[in-house]
Design a protein around this ligand. Sequence first.
Ligand code: 99T
Length: 201
Amino acid sequence: MQLLAAGASPFVRKVRVLLHETGQTGDVALLDVATTPMATDPAVAAANPIGKIPALIRPDGPTLYDSRVICRYLDARVGAGLYPEARIWEVLTLEATADGIMEAAVLMVYEGRARPEEMRYAPWVEAQWAKVTRALDAVGARRMGHLAGKPDMSHIAMGCALGYLDFRHADRAWRAGRDALAAWYADFADRPSMVATVPTG
Ligand code: 99T
């Protein structure tokens, strides 16, 4: 299988961390691409009509896209148990929260990089950051018990979301006033799967 990927993408990182955690790195070759909303890589457009990465090209079936679909597929492929049935709705909601943090944080980056300077709108950027801070506070208030438990896909997604905030928005100091989440992340970021997939680019 081939994964259309980029070192900076937190969505791609979710898949890569899962591959490490479940012993599947040897089954998926990474194909690095450079794609943005204004310049979609042709290989990405061919794999995913939405023009986003990650996309997983499979020899024995249709290409899969969207990190949540790919992660669920790769988990099921080896029966890894990263989506435990007993707490599935909590896992999926926390994964969606982490993905929402990434989406808002990525849109902030695109506003600065993909738009001409005179068309950038600072209040819109701040509104995206407000989504991030609301989500971080909600996780800190309601999900720390879950994060303290056995790692599942929602832990991986939260780890990738927080890693992306450090990578692209370090100046926003997301840890301030969020000691418990910061302590959880310091521990999670030490996992070999996280160390092996630190963002680049
Ligand atoms: O929006 C585009 O056209 C291209 N953007 C992407 O492909 C980003 C790369 S992160 N991927 C997604 O937005 C995927 C979201 C989807 N719901 C999923 O797979 O979960 C690039 C980050 C950076 O360069 O800083």
